[in-house]
Design a protein around this ligand. Structure first.
Ligand code: NAP
Ligand code: MG
Length: 410
């Protein structure tokens, strides 16, 4: 016995890039390893290693998450042309997050971390609002046409053709039939799939149960009587068939409302629920909700598959600008809270699944120690700039982590 809290099953540890990679190691050394006999299966998704393995390591990490059920991921660079030169890459690799999300067929849930002194801009919000964005299809996989340059007189139809040649069609618009000037216009074709909407709905119901929070789903089925209506029906049917009883037993609710009504209710609410949205609504609303809660650095994120695999991460990126300063020998005051919470999320889940209450309890204590440290006025510079506390001091990242470590001992 070494006095450390034991683990049974390894957590899939997915390392990443730049400043978050530096902080990753500090969080483990300063906050985790002194208390937990940390058991992980390590995958290095730093850009150099993705290049070395021709990105096979990303697929291996996703496979490990599927096998072991709980993963924690550091932020990673999604390379663009500049990064290709900076790192001398063989090719432009896809976003690791997109690869892992596709492999797990998962939904991303983003939840703000609330702390005393950082007040949401919406004064009624007392509890976090979690946004679940359906990340497949709709306008993000659209086919579009511009009917200008000679095509102003076109008639546009939706046509579905079966392998046997059978067809059905709907008129979208006959641009040629109108005399309005200037003539022509634009058209867009979008789709979604039964499988993807089902997976999304299941992930949402499962996650609501795991957090014991109400689930809202919103779309615009009054206007989109087939497309959006299908989303609503899939949620309603799945709920009635598989989740009604479990929700009742847990004392939580699922309810559907129109997107505009949902927006109005969210503003008037006190928070404490999960809001499931279609792809575009989630894209827009998650940015609004995140900034209204105060700071991107205080946003946690978890990818949940329909069969209950969880991958925890911070919502922010690799904090590139801070990294370049750190490389030049400067100490930076980069906020590690969302990274700490990614680890505590994974440890708590592992503790639950493996029947290790001591591990789950440690995760809760570390979260409390982190939030107490900030509430008592010790924080990183980004929070000091917006905190309403009068007595506050801003520390560099390592000093802040050490302050949390001391509080954890108390
Ligand atoms: P970012 O890393 O989130 O940083 C944007 C800015 O937000 C920072 O420059 C910093 O502002 C502030 N910030 C973010 N996190 C912070 C923290 N923990 N503490 C203090 N300030 C924080 O986004 P980015 O610069 O657009 O992207 C950098 C790289 O991250 C890109 O290569 C991108 O591909 C990648 N990325 C990865 C993920 C992921 O893996 N989940 C997500 C997003 C982006 P100041 O500089 O003003 O202090
Ligand atoms: Mg967005």
């Amino acid at each position: 016995m070494n006095g450390l809290i034991p683990m049974k099953t390894p957590i899939v540890e997915i390392d990443g890039d730049e400043m978050t990679r530096v902080i990753w190691a500090w969080v483990k050394d300063i906050l985790l390893k002194p208390h937990v006999d940390l058991l992980t299966e390590y995958y290095d998704l730093g850009l150099a290693n993705r290049d070395l393995t021709d990105d096979a390591v990303t697929d291996e990490a996703a496979e490990a998450a599927r096998r072991l059920g709980v993963a924690v991921k550091c932020a990673t660079i999604t390379p663009n042309e500049e990064r290709m030169i900076e790192y001398g890459l063989q090719r432009l690799y896809p976003s690791p997050n997109a690869t892992i999300r596709a492999a797990l067929d998962g939904t991303v849930f983003r939840t703000p971390i609330l702390v005393a002194g950082i007040n949401p801009y919406v004064s009624g919000w007392r509890k976090p609002i979690t946004i679940a964005r359906h990340a497949y299809g709709d306008i993000y996989k659209a086919s579009e046409l511009s009917l200008t340059d000679g095509w102003q007189d076109a008639k546009v139809e939706l046509v579905a053709t079966r392998p046997n040649g059978e067809q059905q069609s709907r008129l979208i618009h006959d641009f040629g039939s109108s005399n309005s000037q200037p003539a022509g216009g634009i058209v867009q074709g979008i789709h979604n799939t039964e499988a993807s909407i089902h997976s999304f709905a299941r992930s949402c119901f499962e996650y609501a149960l795991s957090r014991n929070e109400d689930l809202w789903f919103s779309c615009k089925d009054t206007v989109s009587k087939t497309y959006d209506r299908r989303f609503r029906d899939i949620f309603d049917n799945l709920f009635a068939k598989c989740y009604q009883d479990r929700f009742t037993a847990a004392g939580i609710e699922f309810y559907y409302t129109l997107i505009d009504d949902a927006v109005a209710r969210v503003m008037r609410s006190e928070g404490g629920f999960i809001w499931a949205t279609k792809n575009y609504d989630g894209d827009v609303m998650s940015d609004m909700v995140a900034s209204a809660f105060g700071s991107l650095a205080m946003m946690s994120s978890v990818l949940v598959s329909p069969d209950g695999i969880y991958e925890y991460e911070a919502a922010h990126g690799t904090v590139q600008r801070h990294y370049y300063r750190w490389q030049n020998g400067e100490k930076t005051s980069t906020n590690p809270v969302a990274i700490i919470f990614a680890w505590t999320g994974a440890l708590a889940r592992r503790g639950q699944l493996d029947g290790l209450p001591e591990l789950t309890d440690f995760a809760k204590r570390l979260e409390t120690a982190t939030l107490d440290t900030i509430a008592r006025g010790t924080m990183t510079a980004d929070l000091a700039a917006i905190s309403s506390l009068t007595d506050k001091k801003s520390l560099d990242t390592e000093a802040f982590l050490n302050a949390v470590a001391i509080r954890l001992q108390q």
